[in-house]
Design a binder for this molecule. Structure first.
Ligand SMILES: NC(=O)c1ccc[n+]([C@@H]2O[C@H](COP(=O)([O-])OP(=O)(O)OC[C@H]3O[C@@H](n4cnc5c(N)ncnc54)[C@H](OP(=O)(O)O)[C@@H]3O)[C@@H](O)[C@H]2O)c1
Length: 272
């Protein structure tokens, strides 16, 4: 069985480990640098995969880098003498380019990807860009990413906007659901039902957006709106408040931040 080492024991690493463990028997190891993971929801089975011994990398076939962008240079320098020469490198770090990784690890196949936290339940959307990888390894990595959800190869320059739209995306949706729950509370819906009502409503609308391909989203909206009815009243308030502009500004800010995260990091200057 090919060996997978995940570097980092944070939120994204846990989501990936959780899904991969449930989906398939895989040889997974997690390289941590501290015990902080113990407060990040790792189950006992997941904790059993954790090691602090960097020699775990010496015969790894795949190394998934799940550290913050600011920690990438230090991590790459720290581990450059440990990583197996044949290992495929898979990075999820926002804003960090394949070229930046190659400056420190020049001889590896590199895969830059942007999943989201819904990887935990196999419902991520994941953009992926490959560098210098064999067809065999590419098929293997694609298979692993597909276990995390819908996966699509994309030109690397689109991964920064994809970070803003789809990597950060679940947070926008959670805020939206939370706002509906707040309104439900004010309108007297019992709290024990309001999260399920709101989340299932979003899920149902999403399923229709995915399956009703013969209708535009505008047509799907029109099917909910009756003249003078509740939906029309709601849409009027949202449009008057400029909600599409607000969302567009938020996505723009996230996209610019993804670019900054990569620019603020120069692996060449990082300490070795
Ligand atoms: N969270 C998301 O929804 C999401 C989605 C897509 C992509 N990402 C990307 O995933 C990466 C991780 O994000 P996160 O949210 O999981 O962050 P996080 O919870 O802060 O996890 C980062 C982990 O990296 C560990 N780490 C740092 N340097 C290390 C080293 N040299 N050796 C071993 N472990 C090291 C940290 O250790 P300590 O615990 O000791 O600090 C921490 O466990 C980021 O690059 C982010 O852009 C995240």
């Amino acid at each position: 069985m090919r060996k997978i080492v995940i570097v980092g024991s944070g939120h994204l690493a846990r989501a990936v480990v959780s899904r991969w463990q449930q989906a398939r028997a895989l040889d997974i190891h997690v390289l941590a640098r501290s015990n902080k993971y113990l407060s990040k929801g790792w189950s006992l089975d997941e904790q059993a995969l954790v090691t602090f011994d960097t020699s775990v990398l010496r015969d790894a076939d795949l190394v998934l880098l799940a550290v913050k962008p600011k920690d990438m240079p230090g991590t790459l320098n720290q581990l450059k003498d440990e990583i197996a020469p044949h290992a495929v490198v898979l990075s999820v770090a926002a804003g960090i380019s394949i070229d930046q990784i190659r400056k420190i690890w020049p001889d590896h196949a590199i895969v830059r990807t942007m999943p989201n936290i819904c990887a935990e339940i196999g419902r991520s959307v994941t953009g992926v860009a490959y560098y210098h990888i064999t067809d065999h390894d590419k098929a293997w990595v694609n298979d692993l990413l597909t276990l995390l959800g819908y996966t699509q190869e994309m030109p690397e320059h689109l991964l920064n906007p994809m970070t803003a739209l789809y990597g950060s995306g679940p947070a926008y949706v959670y805020i939206f659901i939370d706002a509906i729950m707040q309104a439900a509370h004010e309108l007297g819906i019992p709290a024990e039902h309001s999260r399920s009502f709101a989340a299932y409503m979003v899920q149902g609308a999403c399923e229709m957006a995915l399956t009703d391909h013969d209708k535009t989203l505008g047509q799907l909206v029109d099917e909910v709106v009756s003249p003078g009815g509740t939906t029309e009243a709601m849409l009027k308030v949202l449009r008057n408040a400029g909600w599409q502009d607000i969302l567009s500004q938020a996505l723009q800010a996230a996209g610019e931040r993804a670019i900054q995260l990569g620019q603020n990091v120069d692996p060449v200057k990082a300490p070795s």
